[in-house]
Each structure stands twice: as structure tokens, then as C-alpha cells.
Design a binder for this molecule. Structure first.
Ligand SMILES: [Zn+2]
Length: 200
């Protein structure tokens, strides 16, 4: 079930996905809104039931809301290759490497896939059972891929990450920006790979 809400007046912000399990909520990306927590509690997500927040990468429009979540003792996970990138956006914060959050992800059948290219630590989260991919800024629903010209970006890494993602069965594609699609995710990824091979 998808329930959509949007922020107003924040400027550039990532999408935030909330997955619910019997034990609680997992949050994916923290948006560009410094007080993401108030927003989440405002739509009925009890903070004591948030098990953790996973970041697809360290850019400010994905990590700024972390401040409010960490203030409520919610554990945060990031591929630490992006730690300095995150620090340059919101200062030094206590986050753990994604490898330490694997058991939380497994509770809802998710795998963390390293997909460098947009940043060195970019990570996608994949559910094989339900064929959905939380793709951060690696691949978008319109068949394009994330920028590779920012600090730590790599054209060749982006191409290999997209090649790898195109080998997966993806129905729903839940990207870091813009709209998501519930069907045809693999098609969008294959198109992004074609575009990347042509443009990069
Ligand atoms: Zn980004």
C-alpha cells in the first residue's frame, strides 16, 4: 500500500520511503527537511517504532533530516565511503555502516546493493520477493541515471552499477527524486543503461 505525502517549502529534497513490518518501520533516505521526524510523527509514524534509517548516499538533500532522527536515538546506516560527503553537509554525526544494519533489512526481505557511480557509497535496496528497488540517485523512473560529475562520481562505476541492476527482476522502482513506478522498473533500468553507455 502506498500513502503519499509531500513537504512544502523545503527546496531540493529527496523522496523518503517508509516500509512497515510487524516489528516497526524502516525509513529510506532522510530528505532535505531538517525536521523530518516531526513530519513523520505528523502522519502517524510513532517514533518509538522506527527501527532505523538507511541512506542511499551522503548528499545533503538525502541526509539533512537525519539530525532530527538521530536526536530521537534512531539508528542511521550509510555506506561509510560516503561518510565525509555526509559530514560536509550536516557535520559529524553518529552513523553506522550499512553492513551493521543487514539484520534489520533482512527482517523485511531487503538486500543492500553497492551501486557506486553517483557517489562512491551509493547503495540501492532490493526486495527480490516483492521485486522492488529503492534506487536513490542511481536510476530514475524516466530511464535516466544520477549525475556522475559531482565529487566522488564515476562514469565507469555508474555504467557497471546500471549493468548489474539491469540483471535484476524489478517491478516497482522507487527512486530518490521524481515519481516512482509500480510496474516496468526493469525497463526503466535497461533504458538508463543504454543512456549511460551512450552519454558517459
Ligand atoms: Zn545525490
Amino acid at each position: 500500500m502506498i500513502h503519499e505525502e509531500s513537504f512544502e517549502g523545503v527546496g531540493l529534497s529527496s523522496n523518503v520511503y517508509v516500509l512497515k513490518s510487524a516489528e516497526g518501520y524502516l525509513i529510506f533516505d532522510a530528505s532535505g527537511h531538517p525536521d523530518l521526524l516531526s513530519f513523520l510523527t505528523g502522519v502517524g509514524i510513532e517514533k518509538d517504532r522506527i527501527l532505523g534509517v538507511f541512506l542511499t548516499h551522503g548528499h545533503y538533500d538525502h541526509v539533512t533530516g537525519l539530525t532530527s532522527l538521530l536526536g530521537a536515538n534512531i539508528k542511521a546506516f550509510l555506506n561509510l565511503k560516503d561518510l565525509n560527503l555526509m559530514k560536509s553537509c550536516i557535520g559529524s554525526r553518529e552513523v553506522s555502516d550499512i553492513s551493521e544494519g543487514i539484520s534489520l533489512l533482512e527482517k523485511i526481505g531487503l538486500k543492500a546493493l553497492p551501486t557506486p557511480g553517483h557517489t562512491p557509497g551509493s547503495t540501492c535496496f532490493y526486495s527480490e520477493g516483492e521485486s522492488f528497488l529503492i534506487s536513490g540517485d542511481t536510476v530514475f523512473a524516466d530511464g535516466y541515471f544520477g549525475r556522475t560529475d559531482l565529487i566522488g562520481g564515476s562514469n565507469s562505476d555508474m555504467k557497471s552499477s546500471l549493468k548489474y541492476l539491469s540483471s535484476l527482476e524489478v517491478k516497482s522502482l522507487l527512486p530518490g527524486h521524481g515519481s516512482y513506478i509500480l510496474d516496468g522498473g526493469s525497463k526503466a533500468i535497461s533504458l538508463a543503461l543504454l543512456n549511460a553507455n551512450y552519454l558517459l
